[in-house]
Design a protein around this ligand. Structure first.
Ligand SMILES: NC(=O)c1ccc[n+]([C@@H]2O[C@H](COP(=O)([O-])OP(=O)(O)OC[C@H]3O[C@@H](n4cnc5c(N)ncnc54)[C@H](OP(=O)(O)O)[C@@H]3O)[C@@H](O)[C@H]2O)c1
Length: 425
């Protein structure tokens, strides 16, 4: 068969995504050759347990991942081992060896992206065509990075608001249907949407790392995970969904990057949103992102944000783009930006109290001390602990945190830590 160009790939990590990539390449190799004139060949695979993986039997495999990046015949390194170490060292070394990278590693990019991109920049300044593809690091097959690349080139984002973690969204929507957190988590684990240890997802950390990447691209400045205020979904109970429902709202884990008066708001947290909001219709393992931008206005991207094949298809799209000669320079300018530390929101507060006179007065007194104004207050009927729900007017996050610290210490009337959720317009 005729081909224009042969591109040799070195794969680091043949797990869920790596093996899906191998399967797609095996199936679609001829079509890629026919349509793009590029013959993609996996030359070497680095994986610590390759002997146990049937699919890898016909490939040249090694446990020594450095052997792959030192192979002079390999053009593109595909890093799919995940985590910081040794992925960081491997990627930096591969770039030093003038190899382009494709990665799905959000943890690495959200914490060490600058170091990696700076090295690529140095190479590009020396006219060495090294680049990095990372579409798969955020939202699996959703074309998020592609869109942000366009904005980065010639536009300005106003905001990015989305649902970036399928595990949390699955759990949340199952709770909406009437399950408690642990029941919903169990189903998510059975269906393969949640890990045995789900803490990385349910703490909001995974969505936070993805937000760090997309807000860096959107703003043109380096945002790291530590710049983002992150709250998870672990403490929300079925009753919070039921109360939200009564008020015409639903709960979603929302990631936000928004310019407000030239400052950047960066948050990942559960929030109450109107049932009529488009994000309210994003259910189960689906991800979604609203992009508000100078020229194209509003764009809404929705789809399955994870899984072997969707993620591998994004990896392959990046490989194709690099194999076709794209070097896509990124982040050539750095600007400093002020990050908003303390923002104002309306809050939903659910206090779990004893059923005695004076409780509401005690709570309101502390809220008043911190200038938190109450918009409405309701006591849910039922046995102790009784749920007292307060919706506040807009107030500072810091005021809420301080007031709740005091209220939660009133063990004689408060029986469990208070649930505080932002209410978004
Ligand atoms: N899975 C998804 O849906 C998804 C979605 C978006 C992004 N991603 C990202 O894609 C990357 C890969 O995810 P995955 O789900 O494919 O992970 P995975 O199933 O755990 O695969 C990782 C593979 O790399 C191997 N490996 C890990 N550390 C190694 C080391 N130090 N030396 C040699 N081999 C090593 C593992 O070997 P063992 O089998 O022995 O552990 C495994 O085969 C991660 O960065 C992840 O965040 C995944």
């Amino acid at each position: 068969m005729q081909y224009v160009k042969k591109v040799k790939l070195g794969l680091l990590g043949a797990g869920t995504v790596g093996q899906s990539l191998i399967r797609i390449l095996e199936k679609e190799k001829d079509r890629i050759l026919r349509n793009h004139g590029v013959l993609l060949e996996i030359s070497k695979i680095g994986d610590r347990s390759y002997e146990k993986k049937e699919l890898l039997k016909s490939y040249h495999c090694t446990k020594n991942l450095f052997e792959v990046i030192e192979d002079q015949t390999i053009d593109i390194i595909i890093e799919l081992i995940g985590g910081i170490n040794p992925a960081k060292e491997l990627i930096l070394k591969a770039i030093e060896n003038n190899k382009s990278i494709v990665t799905a590693n959000k943890a690495l990019l959200a914490n060490y992206g600058k170091e990696i991109f700076d090295l690529i920049k140095q190479k590009q300044e020396q006219k060495i065509p090294v680049t990095i593809g990372f579409e798969a690091s955020v939202g699996g097959a959703l074309p998020i990075i592609k869109n942000l690349r366009r904005i980065w080139s010639f536009g300005n984002i106003h905001s990015l608001v989305g649902i970036l973690n399928g595990t949390c969204n699955f759990i949340i929507t199952k709770m909406e249907e009437g399950l408690e957190y642990q029941e919903a988590l169990k189903i998510a684990q059975e269906k393969g949407f949640a890990e045995a240890d789900p803490s990385f997802d349910v703490s909001g950390k995974d969505a936070g790392q993805k937000l760090a990447i997309i807000s860096s691209l959107g703003s043109g400045c380096w945002i790291e995970e530590k710049d983002i205020i992150i709250e998870g979904i672990e403490n929300i109970q079925k009753v919070d969904h039921q109360i939200a429902h009564k008020w015409g709202m639903v709960i979603r884990l929302i990631a936000i990057c928004k310019y407000i008066k030239n400052q950047l708001l960066l948050r990942v947290h559960p929030a109450l949103i109107s049932k009529n909001h488009l994000l309210a219709d994003v259910k189960n393992e689906f991800n979604a992102l609203f992009i508000e931008e100078e020229y194209s206005g509003s764009t809404f991207i929705v789809g399955k944000g994870a899984g072997g094949f969707p993620t591998a298809s994004a990896v392959l799209a990046d490989i194709m783009s690099i194999a076709s000669g794209s070097t896509n320079p990124w982040f050539m300018e750095y600007k400093n930006i002020e990050i908003i530390k303390d923002a104002e929101y309306r809050f939903y507060l659910r206090f779990q109290t004893i059923d005695k006179p004076g409780v509401l007065a005690a709570i309101s007194r502390v809220l008043a001390d911190f200038e938190i104004s109450i918009a409405s207050m309701h006591q849910e009927e039922g046995e102790e602990p009784v749920n007292v729900v307060i919706f506040t007017h807009e107030c500072k996050e810091s005021s809420i945190y301080k007031a709740l610290e005091i209220i939660n210490q009133k063990k004689d009337i408060i029986l469990a830590p208070t649930i505080a959720l932002r209410v978004l317009n």
